[in-house]
Design a protein around this ligand. Structure first.
Ligand code: AMP
Ligand code: MG
Length: 316
């Protein structure tokens, strides 16, 4: 039996992790906490298991998945690592950085994972539950966010249960996610160029410190065109206005800093706290009685860049 909040939610005890690993090896779906958001995991080497992720999420097949590995050695069996990839992995793994690299021809990955692309997106997550699960299952795990496609990302086990219900076989509960935003995705091009495909907890300046600025392919933020970087995403299902200090009476107001709101991203105006609380606030706004949402201004700096990226998509 799961916890009394939902029959499929289990505290992430060692026994529950063993059970989750068994299910994954059988090709089933397990939701697992990471430091970014909750992931919907399946073994990445089996067509049927990967197909189950797309089905459970209602995710379009052209939108490739991130593959999670326990360490750099495991990542190297799946993708070609050049010196830049090594430098980034050594600096930021385990952690909220995803590398898009040339896929190895021999990589044991289902074709659907990469949506047929010659590249693969890899991440080594820091969360102890995800690390224990990767060790127990001893296979790379494909794991997008554990929500229906285009909906608000989950940062608690309950969010997962609300979005996916019976479509997931087991939900490991590891509490609320520490970072609260999806990983930064950086693509390293074979010619030496690189590009941020998705902003996230690791900022551009941190990447430039490792890669140098010269090879960067910069596009207009929010106009990124990678597979799956759809403009409509993280949707609360109601109209939403951004940069609002004084909300209308029929708006649920999400505050930040001096703007109090009905709920706040961070009363002390801390961008990291705001990132952690973003999806929780959007879930609360979606469930509120008001038929519209307004969000206070969040400064476009540091992790605020990634927060505003998610808010723009949620409002579109
Ligand atoms: P999600 O699983 O929802 O966090 O999204 C993963 C994102 O990673 C997708 O939206 C893709 O844009 C991106 N991605 C995954 N694999 C690749 C790849 N091989 N090339 C470019 N982008 C990728
Ligand atoms: Mg997602």
């Amino acid at each position: 039996m799961g916890s009394n909040s939902h029959p499929r939610i289990f505290a992430a005890t060692p026994q529950a992790i063993v059970r989750a690993a068994q299910l994954l090896r059988e090709g089933r779906l397990v939701a697992v906490p990471t430091e970014t958001v909750y992931g919907l995991a399946a073994r990445a080497d089996t067509d049927d298991a990967v197909a189950a992720i797309y089905r459970a999420k209602g995710r379009p097949a052209f939108n490739p998945l991130i593959v999670h590995v326990p360490n750099i050695a495991s990542a190297q069996t799946l993708a070609e690592f050049d010196s830049r990839a090594h430098a980034l992995a050594h600096r930021f793994w385990p952690g909220p950085l995803t590398l898009v690299l040339p896929r190895r021809a021999s990589a044991p990955l289902a074709d659907a994972v990469t949506a047929g692309l010659p590249t693969v997106a890899l991440r080594c997550p820091a969360h102890p539950v995800m690390q224990q699960l990767l060790a127990a299952v001893a296979l790379p795990l494909a794991a997008p966010s554990a929500n229906r496609s285009a909906a608000i990302s989950p940062t608690t086990a309950r969010h997962v249960a609300q979005s996916l219900g019976d479509a997931v076989d087991l939900i490991l509960d590891g509490g609320a996610c520490e970072r609260g935003l999806e990983s930064t995705i950086v693509a390293l091009r074979p010619g030496g160029g690189w590009e941020i495909l998705r902003s996230g907890p690791i900022g551009r300046s941190e990447l430039v410190a490792v890669l140098g600025a010269s090879g960067e392919d910069r596009r207009v933020p929010g106009m990124i065109e990678a597979p799956g970087q759809m403009s409509r995403h993280y949707s609360p299902g109601k109209p939403m206005r951004l940069g609002i200090v004084n909300a209308d009476a029929d708006e649920f107001h999400i505050g930040f800093g001096a703007v109090a709101g009905d709920i706040t991203l961070s009363a002390r105006g801390d961008p990291r706290e705001a990132a952690r609380r973003l999806y929780q606030c959007l879930h609360a706004a979606a469930a509120a009685e008001q038929r519209r949402i307004a969000v206070a201004p969040v400064p476009e700096q540091g992790v605020g860049i990634a927060i505003n990226d998610r808010l723009r998509r949620a409002a579109s």
